[in-house]
Design a protein around this ligand. Sequence first.
Ligand SMILES: NC(=O)C1=CN([C@@H]2O[C@H](COP(=O)(O)OP(=O)(O)OC[C@H]3O[C@@H](n4cnc5c(N)ncnc54)[C@H](O)[C@@H]3O)[C@@H](O)[C@H]2O)C=CC1
Ligand SMILES: CC(=O)C(=O)O
Length: 371
Amino acid sequence: MIVGIPKEIKNNENRVAITPAGVEALKLAGHEVYIESSAGIGSGFTDEDYKGAGAIMLDNAADVWGKADMIMKVKEPMAPEYGYFRDGLILFTYLHLAPEPELTKALVEKNVVAIAYETIQLPDRSLPLLTPMSEVAGRMSVQIGAQFLEKPWGGKGILLGGVPGVLPANVVIIGGGIVGTNAAKMALGMGANVTIIDKSENRLRQLDDIFGGRLRTLMSNSYNIEMMVRQADLLIGAVLIPGARAPKLVKEYMVQQMSPGSVIVDVAIDQGGSIETIDRVTTHSEPTYVKHGVIHYAVANMPGAVARTSTLALTNVTMDYALQLANKGWRQAVLDNAALAKGVNVVNGKITYEGVATGLGYEFTELHNAI
Ligand SMILES: NC(=O)C1=CN([C@@H]2O[C@H](COP(=O)(O)OP(=O)(O)OC[C@H]3O[C@@H](n4cnc5c(N)ncnc54)[C@H](O)[C@@H]3O)[C@@H](O)[C@H]2O)C=CC1
Ligand SMILES: CC(=O)C(=O)O
């Protein structure tokens, strides 16, 4: 199989879908790897590094997309890339289709086999290809929040950890999964006063055990969310219903009660966002805007800013699945691996992931009926 790796074109997306080690693994398995020139530069991999591992470097994206049987990316294709879609092309990347009707339409119309990293799911319900980037984004959310709480960045001028004799900041995290747990670790490490809200009683119990009473846990309901949002200096949105659009748990009237110069970091923006006042996706170039006096941060590719760490962490988990797809072909690979089958969102013009179909008003087709 020919595997193609285009350079990412999303704003400040410095990650790349393969490392030289991944190229070598595919070559050893008998495949060809075509990479767009300079695709790895943002992550510290040169064209020479890739050539040394056996890749063929191509000068433009059109050639990579045109020659490949399977395209591996990091972020969902952007509008200028939709023209490269074609019948039977395998696309293996983050997709986050629920808030992306135009992309979904293009994939359906062109019969692309679209396999989303973020919906591959193991029997224990974990999401192995989302986890490392959620670890990165969770940790980043606190350092970003701490920065924007500083006065020169428009914040209220609060140090997360306080100092002896002065109270620390209140960090409120909605969603206690991978992002939420990693955010909590960082916020506690910086000395903040941390509360995690989740709808799963079991998860709250686990968090209480993990953190040994160093943070507060709270059941998710509108009453509790309003109470905690009002007190938050830094509010972090970290909920997920796999594949589906994020629920808008924080309403506008709640944000209006936050004190001026507070900060919201909505990590769940890639699934449409969990905060009602977040009405746009922001970018690393222009990461924030102010509404009701509160700084809103809604960057959908946060890990792209720490690309070296993120590329290594991401490819640690993607390559095994990429090899299965390349070695067996997508059909046999998904028949043999139920976790990988959960990643298939679009095939033969049908939507095969229920959360995406429901969210965007398409008919849902079970995978076995679509292939
Ligand atoms: N913006 C970015 O650059 C990045 C965004 N993400 C996104 O962050 C989000 C969270 O990801 P993970 O932590 O890996 O997911 P996860 O599945 O590990 O955790 C989600 C948590 O949300 C909780 N939850 C669901 N509905 C809730 C509700 N109504 N109230 C309170 N809690 C609720 C679940 O019980 C679960 O504990 C996802 O949308 C993911 O795609 C992840 C990485 C990077
Ligand atoms: C999860 C995701 O979309 C990202 O890491 O950018």
